[in-house]
Design a protein around this ligand. Structure first.
Ligand code: ADP
Ligand code: MG
Length: 728
């Protein structure tokens, strides 16, 4: 074993679980201690300021300057009691991480000393140097600077010594430069579209909330093994590595016992999450070795999206303390499952009704069916766009790779709801929808199960699955910002709800009673979705590809082509109509996506080329030389028998030459392709050229992985899968 590998492994073996600083108090007591929540507002703000701020949070009222000063003063007092010295606007540029610039509270007091200051204007608005963040040409086009503006609906929080203020990031002419601004617009759009439909059933509904419960999958690897893998460091994934003899084939990792070092890490993340007001609930082992998951209790979508960004940052930080690196890449290891984020999504009313669960009475059930069917219709209409919302260079390795998601967007309903939809098509429009077993006769009724059989009725191969009281969008990438996919989903559903309402209103205007009007409008939609987007079968089966194509579903796998969907006429029309994106914004965002795609693949290509030529080939040649020396000595010692005696070595010598020349040829070809791609100006065309380069990686890694099997383990330059994938 090489010295480097030996040291790295030895150190990994020596590691023990780190003591976690568990607070004395119960989690419910320290929950939210690091956020400026309503309880803190009560304590630190006078009643006038409090009232104005709550009006702003709950009803979107404008916050005037005097009030902002009062809020800032209260926040400063609270923060300083926690030893805070700095503040920052925390925002989500189009980079898939968060950004922050810290300013200290220090100001001159103009009496020769310093004081701590935090004014309303610093709370409400700031101007980061926007030129260093991707904007897809927006600033060039509009000659505008960017600014960040406080989002009072997401609480201010303390991270270390800094008061962090969640903000949107927009240009001076109002174009969104981040993920949060459009998400907020889409949340409003879906509420505005859903409320009038809810009011058909209950006039007291005035607001509809979008809920998001994310499940975050991730891998952990030992810090020092990670340090010995240049590919992990630069790209977040292994670009080579032969499968470990034992990986996930025994199915013994999922829900298995959590190793004590990992458990300590999880505990630490949970405590910090709880202190930050994130309702962390679930932690468990995932399917692949070293793969784990966190999930909180679901909450309001904008807040939950922020919390996911926050927890990803917390995980990375805390992992270091425990001697780990957290991998949020969608496919860090070939041959075992990758990581996703499952976005559990639903709508609920201000009257406390979840719109994707059966109601209290037949009309409540009809309301549920209405939202259920319209959501599926939205997915049918804009499935390609929904796929575009999760398409990225890194998530591409999951798409179409036999792990949810397949590259085809379909929806799983489960037997109960599939039966209900089929039956709905055959009954008269005035049929009541009731809960099974709660009525005396069943003739002429549609029955819904009281609760949906949960886990048993799951289909893990479906990217968009109904799971009892919500839809679970399982195609989201593990490192992605949830807001992207949620913005698209919200807008699609909002559009469909608006169109549905127009049709129902026509029926009502023609004198059809409400229930019949709704049923009559739903039926043709149901007929459409059943034959297209609804699919309860195995999403990984090769037959599904053909079947999906027959159904007219999009089976595109090439990421740049998927991304193009964002600017197709139907998409532009929808986003503009709902006020979520302008055409210019959509084009700008796509430009960023294409550029990001090309850059990521370019980095991978460079690292792969470097490792292949500078690490792998020399190691293989080195071993080959040893073998050649051995054969030479055999020849001189056993002049007659040497060919027979050296046959195994000679076979390996030849193999090494063959693999080395294959590697060299393929790397050279890739470098040539890169030269051509780099000369392309158009961002889409360039991304497309890079997608072909990405396709060539597998051909390069194959001979490398073969070499790993035959080259002396002593001189193999990097930790192997068998080491990376087992926490000791
Ligand atoms: P599973 O792994 O079985 O899918 P988990 O318990 O890991 O389930 O995660 C389910 C997630 O869905 C949790 O975050 C949970 O709070 C969330 N969730 C539950 N009900 C809803 C709902 N109506 N809307 C949105 N999210 C929900
Ligand atoms: Mg789960």
């Amino acid at each position: 074993m090489s010295k480097l590998r030996f040291d790295a492994i030895e150190q990994a073996c020596k590691k023990h679980a780190v003591e976690v600083d568990v607070p004395q108090a119960r989690p419910s007591e320290y929950f939210g201690e690091l956020i400026f929540n309503r309880e803190k507002m009560q304590k630190y703000l006078d009643s006038k300021t409090l009232k104005a701020l709550l009006d702003c949070i709950d009803n979107g009222a404008h916050l005037d300057r005097n009030i902002a000063d009062g809020v800032a003063a209260g926040m400063k007092q609270w923060a300083m009691e926690h030893g805070v010295t700095h503040c920052c606007h925390w925002f989500q540029p189009l980079t898939e991480t968060t950004a922050e610039k810290h300013d200290s509270f220090m100001e001159y007091d103009w009496k020769g000393g310093m004081i701590e200051e935090f004014e309303g204007k610093s709370l409400v608005q700031q101007e980061p140097d926007a030129s260093s963040f991707p904007s897809g040409g927006i600033r060039a086009t509009f000659e505008a600077r960017g600014y960040t503006a406080w989002d009072p609906t997401s609480p201010v929080f303390i991270m270390d010594d800094c008061l962090c203020i969640p903000t949107v990031f927009i240009s001076y002419t109002g174009e969104s430069l981040d993920y949060k601004a459009p998400l907020k617009k889409s949340i409003k759009a879906v509420s505005d579209a859903a409320v009038p439909i809810c009011q058909l059933f209950d006039p007291s509904v005035t607001k509809v909330q979008v809920n998001l419960g994310w499940e975050q999958e991730y891998f952990l690897v030992d810090d020092n093994l990670y340090a010995a893998r240049p590919d992990l460091i630069a790209t977040g994934r292994t670009l080579m590595g032969h499968a470990s003899s034992k990986n996930q084939q025994m199915d013994d990792h999922y829900f298995g016992q959590i190793p004590s070092r990992v458990q300590a890490f999880m505990k630490d993340v949970e405590i910090q999450g709880h202190r930050l007001g994130i309702p962390m609930k679930t932690r468990h082992n995932e399917v692949a070795p070293n793969q784990f998951e966190f999930a909180p209790i679901f909450g309001e979508c904008n807040l939950a999206a922020d919390q996911n960004m926050l927890i990803m940052g917390v995980m990375k930080k805390i992992a270091r303390k425990h001697g780990f690196r957290v991998l949020l890449h969608e496919k860090p290891f070939e041959g075992i499952n990758g990581s996703g984020k499952h976005n559990n999504w639903s709508l609920s009313t201000n009257t406390g009704v979840i719109l994707y669960a059966p109601g209290k009475d037949p009309m409540g059930n009809l309301q549920f069916v209405t939202f259920f069917v319209n959501t599926l219709e939205a997915v049918r209409r804009h499935g390609s766009l929904l796929k575009a919302s999760i398409a990225s260079a890194t998530n591409a390795h999951r798409l179409g790779a036999n792990e949810a998601p397949p590259a085809i967007i379909s929806a799983f309903l489960g037997k109960a709801m599939t039966d209900v939809l089929h039956k709905l098509l055959t009954v008269p429009d005035d049929t009541d929808i009731v809960i099974a077993g709660k009525h005396s006769y069943s003739l002429g009724l549609i029955e819904l199960p009281e609760i949906f059989i949960d886990n048993t009725d799951r289909n893990r191969t479906s990217p968009f699955a109904f799971t009892g009281n919500r839809f679970e969008f399982r195609a989201v990438g593990s490192r992605a910002n949830c807001s992207q996919s949620m913005t698209t989903l919200n807008t699609m559903v909002a559009e469909q709800l608006l169109d549905f309402k127009v049709d129902v209103d026509k029926e009502i205007a023609a004198g059809t009673p409400l229930k019949q009007a709704v049923m009559k409008t739903l039926k043709p939609i149901i007929a459409r979705i059943i034959d297209t987007v609804c699919f309860d079968g195995n999403g990984y089966a090769p037959e599904w590809q053909k079947e999906a194509q027959k159904r007219g579903l999009d089976i595109e796998r090439c990421v740049p082509k998927m991304i193009l969907e964002n600017v197709k006429p139907a998409s532009v029309e929808m986003f503009e109509r709902l006020g979520v994106f302008t055409k210019a914004e959509l084009h700008a965002r796509n430009e960023v996506k294409f550029e990001t795609y090309a850059k990521l693949v370019q980095i991978e290509a460079r690292v792969l080329g470097d490792l292949a030529i500078n690490h792998i080939m020399p190691a293989a040649t080195n071993y080959q030389s040893t073998l050649l020396k051995n054969v030479g000595m055999m020849k001189s010692l056993f002049p007659t028998e040497w060919t027979e005696l050296s046959a195994p070595e000679i076979a390996i010598i030849k193999k090494i030459s063959a693999y080395n020349s294959e590697i060299k040829d393929k790397v050279d070809a890739m470098v040539e392709k890169r030269k051509i791609a780099n000369r392309i100006e158009d961002p889409y065309e360039k991304a497309l050229a890079y997608s072909e380069i990405a396709d060539s990686f597998f051909g390069i890694r194959k001979p490398i992985d073969k070499l790993e099997e035959i080259v002396d383990d002593n001189i193999w330059p990097m930790p192997k899968y068998r080491e990376l994938l087992w926490i000791r």
